[in-house]
Each structure stands twice: as C-alpha cells, then as structure tokens.
Ligand binder design. Structure first.
Ligand code: SAM
Ligand code: DTB
Ligand code: SF4
Length: 327
C-alpha cells in the first residue's frame, strides 16, 4: 500500500468521497447546493462566527521550487526580492499587533522547499514566543522530515499548513520540482507528530471542475480530515507562469467553498487568498456557502489582502463576530 492509498479510509463509518460524488455536488443547482452547505454548516458551527488568522511572511523570496502561481519562486522573474529570515523580535511585534487587532491564530510562512536545522531552530523560537502571547500558532515551511515535525510539536506548534494545492493529475502542470506524494508524506508526518493539519488548495489555475472535485475529495478523504482547509483563489502575480490564466467564474469559487463545507463538515473552511479582489456580496455568498475563517490584516505573504477597515465594516454589515474560542 503506498502513501496515497493509505489516505483513503475504506472501512468504518467515516464517509469516503469518490470524485464522482463530489462532482455531483458541484453540479447541483446553485440554490440547492448553498442550502445544503448552510444546513451542514449550522449543524457544526455558529453561522455568524468567523475564525480570524493573521499571516506573516517570515522568510520571503528566493525559493528553489517552481510553483507556477508563486511570486516567491527563484524560477520566475517577479517583483518579489529575496529577504533573510526575520528576527524573533520582529515576529513577536507583528504577532502582538495581530492579537490586538483581534486575530486568534498567527500563521508564519517561509519560502522554502523545507527548512534546514539552523533555520528550524529560529522558527522554534518564534513558535514559543508567539504561543507565549496567547495566540494559536501555525507555520508553513514546506516539506518536513519526521524529527522536524516532532521538534515543532515540542515547541508548542498548533497547526502546520501544507496545501495539496490541486488535483494530483494537474499537479505536474503547475509544479515540477516536487511531487504530490511528497506533499502527502509531509501531511502524514505532521499528523503523526500530533500537530493539527491545515491543508487546502488554489482554484483558478486553469484546472477543470473535475480536478477541483478531485482536490476536494483528496482533502476530505484524509484521515483524520484536516482541521483547517484554506481555499485560495489564485492571485495572479506578474512574472509567474500563471499570470494570464483564465479567470474562474466567481460563482464556481462559491461552489468550491460549498462543496468543501459539505464534504468536511467539522473543518474550518478558510476563504483565503483573493479576497482583496472580491466584492462584499461575493464574500457574503462564500460565508453563506460555509466559509468560516479568513486571513485578517492588510497583507497576505507578498500580496495585498482585503483591508482591515473594510473587513470590520463587512463583519458589521453581516452581523458576523470573530470566533473567540479557538477550534
Ligand atoms: N513554501 C511553503 C509551501 O509551498 O508549502 C509555504 C509557503 S507557500 C507560499 C503556501 C501556500 O500559499 C501555497 O501552498 C499556495 O497554496 C499559497 N499561494 C502561494 N502563492 C499564491 C497565489 N499567488 N495565489 C493563491 N495562493 C497562493
Ligand atoms: C494558504 O493557503 N494561503 C496563504 C497561507 N496558506 C500561507 C498564502 C496565500 C498567499 C497569497 C499570495 C502571496 O501573498 O504571496
Ligand atoms: Fe516556494 Fe512555497 Fe512558493 Fe512553492 S509555493 S515556490 S514551495 S514558497
């Protein structure tokens, strides 16, 4: 049995999603799909609460990997410059500000294929310091070895973000410097170390609906299911191979959120990258479809996020509260 088949739980009471079943959800009439997603959502969550995370790029640019969407790959000529790893003090200052603005989780991202031991030691210090502020901690550092996952757990890390990003069959068209199986292997190591899993993907990269369904099925069949599922709309960055990809119909993005909610009823589904381009009405539809987490703060990693003052206004208009207790 290889790593891929081990993910597919074929016994017990847990629902295993076939790609065809997920495609059938995608094909439902829009109103039926949203009603179903909102019904499932209400069985597990307060529909008016949203989990708020803030992101910080702790190591920007110069990445060895060639991910076709990414501004930080050394393979693409983008406006992003390579920078050194931030100091712990800079990270703590940003985390403190995020906490004061109402975030409950602080996510630190590094443009690495994976960390080396020296860099990991610095990140462990950051995790301990951010955790000491009373925030949940999340890092996304690329591929991990087993002992690295264990060290992160020991430092008090709550979540590790590592996205499957797209369907296995489409992966090789977007990234050639590492494979899908390696991503799945890292997720296993994170899980084995006792860290909660944050894993999702990007849509709007030219994939088909069947491929979006395959990504969602793959995520939903991870056992246990990821606690956190970021759904990113591709942010098209100048100089990346995916700049100029055909824009995804926004309603298809809403459908993807709804299908993620139905297939992963207890997970936080994050309306992730792409919000700065979305009207309030589209974001409201995403929340109706079951998204209940966002990145909050003016910046994602290297691109602009929706502005915090407009997020506050949107929350007020929709009667949404920030989730106080961490899930
Ligand atoms: N280097 C690590 C890795 O790839 O796992 C961590 C950082 S990487 C930037 C984290 C995630 O950000 C990617 O897996 C991808 O889902 C998302 N991402 C990166 N660039 C993006 C873009 N232009 N639009 C949307 N999502 C993006
Ligand atoms: C995730 O799924 N999305 C975040 C976070 N995990 C690390 C990153 C979004 C990056 C968007 C492009 C940028 O700002 O560089
Ligand atoms: Fe590197 Fe991560 Fe960007 Fe890929 S997505 S190029 S691994 S920073």
């Amino acid at each position: 049995m290889n790593d891929m088949t081990m993910d597919i739980n074929t016994e017990g009471s847990r629902k295993v999603w076939s790609v065809a079943e997920v495609e059938a959800l995608f094909a439902l009439p829009f109103n039926d799909l949203l009603f179903r997603a909102q019904t499932v959502h209400r069985q597990h969550f307060d529909p008016n609460e949203i989990q708020v995370s803030t992101l910080l790029s702790i190591k920007t640019g110069g990445c060895s990997e060639d991910c076709g969407y990414c501004s930080q790959s050394a393979h693409h000529d983008t406006p992003v410059e390579k920078e050194p790893l931030l100091d712990v003090a800079e990270v703590v200052e940003a985390a403190q500000k995020a906490k004061e603005s109402g975030a409950t989780r602080f996510c630190m991202g590094a443009a690495w294929r994976g960390p080396n031991q020296r860099d990991l030691r610095a990140v462990l210090e950051m995790v301990r310091a951010v955790k000491a502020l009373g925030l949940e901690t999340c890092v996304t550092l690329g591929m991990l070895k087993e002992d690295q996952a264990e060290q992160l757990k020991e430092a008090g890390l709550d979540y590790y973000n590592h996205n499957l990003d797209t369907a296995q069959e489409f992966y090789g068209q977007v990234i050639t410097t590492h494979g899908y199986e390696e991503r799945v292997d890292t997720l296993h190591r994170v899980r084995k170390a006792g860290i909660k899993v944050c894993s999702g993907g990007i849509v709007g990269m030219g994939e088909t609906r069947a491929q979006r369904a395959a990504l969602v099925a793959q995520l939903a069949n991870l056992d246990p299911v990821p606690e956190s599922v970021p759904i990113n709309m591709l942010v098209q960055v100048e100089g990346t191979p995916l700049k100029g990809a055909e824009e995804l119909d926004p309603l298809e993005f809403v459908r993807t959120i709804a299908v993620a909610r139905i297939t992963m009823p207890t997970s936080l589904v994050r309306l992730s990258a792409g919000r700065s381009e979305m009207a309030d009405s589209l974001q409201a539809l995403c929340f109706l479809a079951g998204a209940n987490s966002i990145f909050y703060g003016d910046r994602l990693l290297t691109t602009d996020n929706a502005e915090t003052h407009s997020d506050q206004a949107l929350f007020d208009k929709l009667g949404i509260r920030a989730m106080a207790v961490a899930h």
